[in-house]
Design a protein around this ligand. Structure first.
Ligand code: 5GP
Ligand code: MN
Length: 342
């Protein structure tokens, strides 16, 4: 799974107490937050001084994770983040493949003088790191972190706090075990996490059954009034304008998972969510089967991601973005015309 020399190198770096910084990607999700927190608890047990940093605010439904309140948010407190980066000796980059993915925080990470270690499952990691634990086939960064802890011979340090965080990584990055989860190894790891005190139903409830009324009504509005279905392109698009978000008192995390509803229709192979935020349109792509949304996002929409889940953005308005999307998809019309079957 990992290069033994990389394991040896990291083992040596962790052999004496260090000041360690853990970095998450922009618009943090359950995997990057869970991996940061699992790593934080694990490294503290090994005697290190650990700080976790994120570029911008993460959804409130991860606040219950042990340690979540300690995470420093660059957008809110750049000074505190810069201080830990200036003092840090090691930087772990969790769940992203290039420093650019940390948005406004990227220039500060680029200036970091200690060793940078990446643990991630996105394709094509950049050359900015000193040590690589990069495996595209892994369900999540959390799964890789479990493997790394095991490879370091430290499985005995995996307690309930680490297990809760790692389980959250795997659950959220597989859509509750509905994609990216066709390797038996994932379930063996999940079994080990549950044996360490994870209540799987409870974690699911904390993450998915904690909607506000506004969020649920926004979902209803999006599906009834903001859904476009392009049957000839096997594509469903949901778009939400700034006004829509304001009307439903949008809070960070409220549109998470919304894109998947498009994909729940039969004959739809591509689902797109467009949200107008900070004078740009944020784009989420999801696909069924073989169609690669990573390519679509990186070649046309200034983004990237995985084969079946990617994201990007445009600087043009909503109408222009919808027009561009429809134009670009004409190029993929034949590729999008397939039936997922057994
Ligand atoms: P989401 O649609 O949930 O925001 O993102 C889905 C996937 O695409 C995630 O794996 C995320 O890391 C990746 N992704 C989202 N936005 C971007 C982006 O702007 N650039 C790149 N390279 N990846 C992105
Ligand atoms: Mn991930």
């Amino acid at each position: 799974m990992f290069d033994p020399q990389e394991i040896e190198a990291v083992s040596r770096l962790l052999a004496v107490p260090r000041k360690i910084v853990l970095a998450a990607h922009k618009n943090p999700d359950g995997d990057t937050i869970g991996a940061s927190l699992a790593m934080m608890h694990f490294l503290r047990q090994k005697g290190h001084e650990v700080s976790a940093i994120v570029p911008n605010v993460f959804p409130g439904y991860y606040n219950w994770l042990p340690g979540a309140k300690e995470i420093l948010v660059f957008d809110r407190n750049a000074r505190a983040v810069r201080k830990v980066l200036a003092e840090g000796q090691l930087l772990f980059c969790l769940d992203f493949n290039s420093l650019e993915r940390t948005g406004n925080m990227a220039p500060d990470l680029k200036k970091f003088t200690g060793k940078k270690i990446v643990i991630d499952h996105h394709p094509g990691p950049s050359d900015e790191f000193d040590h690589y634990f990069s495996v595209v086939e892994a369900s999540s960064t959390g799964e890789l972190l479990f493997e790394l802890i095991e490879a370091l011979g430290d499985k005995s340090l995996l307690g309930q706090e680490e297990a809760l965080a790692l389980y959250t990584c795997i659950m959220t990055d597989t859509g509750s075990f509905s994609y990216n989860c066709n390797h038996g190894r994932t379930y063996h790891i999940v079994a080990e996490l549950i044996d360490r005190g994870v209540d799987a139903a409870k974690v699911h409830e904390m993450v998915y059954d904690t909607y506000s009324e506004n969020r649920l009504r926004l979902l209803g509005f999006a599906l009834s009034s903001r859904l476009l279905v392009w049957y000839d392109l096997h594509t469903a698009v949901i778009y939400l304008t700034k006004n829509d978000l304001r009307k439903y008192h949008y809070e960070v995390g409220d549109t998470e998972g919304l894109v998947n509803y498009g994909l729940s229709m039969e004959k739809i192979n591509l689902a797109v969510l467009l949200t107008e935020k900070d004078n740009q349109i944020r784009i989420s792509f999801r696909s069924k089967g073989n169609f690669s949304v990573n390519r679509l996002a990186s070649d046309f929409f200034n983004g990237g991601g995985h084969k079946n889940a990617s994201g990007g953005n445009t600087k043009t308005g909503m109408e222009e973005t919808i027009r561009k999307l429809k134009d670009v998809l004409q190029l993929f019309k034949d590729e999008l015309d397939y039936t997922v079957s057994f």
